[in-house]
Design a protein around this ligand. Sequence first.
Ligand SMILES: CSC[C@H]1O[C@H](OP(=O)(O)O)[C@H](O)[C@@H]1O
Length: 359
Amino acid sequence: MKVDGLSTRTIAPLPGRDGVVIIDQTRLPFRYELRTLRGLADAAEAIAVMRVRGAPLIGATAAYGVALAMTEGADLDAACATLAATRPTAVNLAWALARMRARLAPLPAEARGAAAWAEAAAICDEDVELNRAIGRHGAGLIGALAEARPGPVNVLTHCNAGWLATVDWGTALAPVYAAFDAGLPVHVWVDETRPRNQGASLTAWELVQHGVPHTVIADNAGGHLMQHGKVDLCIVGSDRTAANGDVANKIGTYLKALAAHDNGVPFYVALPGPTIDWDLADGRAIPIEERRADEVTRITGENAAGELVSVRLTPAASPAANPAFDVTPARLVSGLVTERGVCPASRAGLLDLYPERRR
Ligand SMILES: CSC[C@H]1O[C@H](OP(=O)(O)O)[C@H](O)[C@@H]1O
């Protein structure tokens, strides 16, 4: 996508393969800061503290983390274990590490560096095309709604599943960008998405950059808007979708799916193939990340002087719980928007799109 008119991706290797440049998403929307990852430790830290986040981008960063590790002579299995331990829910992390290991393990140590950089680059290039295809297929859903009646199609999205969550294009927002760029009237309700506010800080920033009409809302407003006919379609991302179509996504997604179901609002999940966990029959075993309590008890923002500040919201003595994801059962999902098309949220639906997965 473009930032200040310049095309960019969320991650890219330095020409000398001695570093990887990322957008430090912990600084957005106030500062657009690039950061160079110089080694395995930098890559692991960037994932763990969410300088990079979003399932596909976590996988891409881990892939480059392996390349950085090979360049610094680290052990392949140890490097993969370090990266695997950063965040548990997004299956793209395990998928990328398994792919890197499969590519590198058969090679002699001296050949692993170049192969790792090439494989990481391939993962990134593929992600861009997967998401572009998701946008194409998902734009059809928006187009059909645009034809049904005048005025903008009002899309509600949760968290950030835009291009910042991937290498480019995004997943849930890819159809929005494709529809907008095709001239379709679209407006986005942006869930702020407490406690890390990826919606208010990242999705809103993306949509401003692209010129897409949008309105930031409190997470708790979504159900009310659906009750009053102000939401035509929900599209969210996924961090891990089980083989039966159960979807793990940012905490609060399940509540939006319940409200959509109760109000007859179509609820779609956009995801690329690497986000499908074929080894999980359903979503019950998806690991849910528990993050630090101070992400709930404190909030970070910019004061009038343009300084980044963090303020406490709760009494110091109050404990807090911070599950970062929840699982939306397939029965609440209208459909899955993948790079291969749209399918029902079911094992049969997924196997129709991915027949090579039939056992
Ligand atoms: C396209 S994956 C986006 C997905 O990742 C987000 O989680 P996090 O920001 O914690 O990495 C959120 O669940 C998004 O839907």
